[in-house]
Design a protein around this ligand. Structure first.
Ligand SMILES: [Mg+2]
Length: 276
């Protein structure tokens, strides 16, 4: 099996380069969520370029759709489309736009208007139950996204229908576009809130691929209720000057910042390769 830690840092370089070249993107959230996407796409999701239309495939919905660059880099690396397709990312007439677009191979549903992905995933999970399918449904939510009331309708429905084929992962980096989540809309005792709605709750360090892997595996064995994984992440994780900075929600690195970011990521990769 590939080394997931190394893969996550290789993809961080792809993400930073994509955003630098395109002159747009949501770099902070991409770098916080990438470890989760790597564990899903390289270890757990039962879907591939060959099976993306198969009715039994696992489904994935990136509810925090502004992290599209991270998802596109993963899908390209997994062979859903050629990496060169991203050369015109966010360019004129490109289908690779700043939020997931289901014209792109591997994207199940358009997202990015926040607050809707969980309910779509709930529908997919209900359909799986009705059709007696064994596929699982995964969705990743932003913590800022939890401010949307529609999320909590999906939380209630998933519990009501006992959707144990559904796993939601909250990318809890404690920041959103305008600042700290605790200042915008407090989320204290977040685990208790999900548990009160009837979910099984697992809290993990969210940039730790081993912890992510264990949590996703555990969720597969929870019966009679959906599982939420609260992944405590760092926005901008991997690039020191981007970490925990709301300003890097969608800032684009200049030449100097790009060079420094790539230098840091390469140094981290060298370290990881030495111990692997
Ligand atoms: Mg956030």
């Amino acid at each position: 099996m590939i080394d997931l830690k190394i893969k996550a840092y290789e993809l961080r370089k792809d993400i930073v380069t994509l955003i630098y070249n395109a002159g747009c993107g949501h770099i902070g959230g991409d770098l916080s969520v990438i470890d989760i996407l790597v564990v899903l796409y390289y270890k757990h999701l039962n879907c591939s370029p060959e099976t993306i239309d198969h009715p039994d495939r696992d489904r994935f919905v990136l509810s925090k759709g502004h992290a599209a660059e991270a998802l596109y880099c993963v899908l390209a690396d997994r062979g859903f489309f050629p990496k060169s397709d991203l050369d015109n990312y966010s360019g004129f007439k490109s289908k690779y736009i700043g939020h997931p677009n289901n014209e792109v191979n591997g994207i199940e549903v358009n997202t990015g208007s926040l607050g809707h992905g969980l309910s779509v995933a709930v529908g997919m999970a209900i359909a799986g139950k009705m059709d007696n399918k064994d596929y699982r449904v995964y969705t990743v939510l932003g913590d800022g996204e939890l401010d949307e009331g529609s999320i909590w309708e999906g939380v209630m429905a998933a519990s009501h229908y006992q959707l144990d084929n559904l796993t939601a992962i909250v990318d809890r980096n404690n920041l959103q576009i305008t600042g700290w989540t605790k200042d915008v809309m407090s989320q204290d005792r977040l685990e208790d809130r999900w548990a009160a709605f009837g979910w099984y709750v697992i809290t993990i360090p969210g940039n730790d691929v081993d912890a992510i892997d264990r949590a996703i595996e555990k969720a597969k064995n929870i019966k009679g209720k959906p599982t939420v994984i609260i992944a405590n992440t760092i926005k901008g994780c991997g690039v020191s000057f981007m970490e925990n900075q709301a300003g890097w929600h969608h800032r684009v690195p200049n030449d100097e910042e790009y060079a420094k970011a790539m230098e840091e990521l390469e140094a981290k990769l060298e370290k990881l390769r030495r111990v692997s």
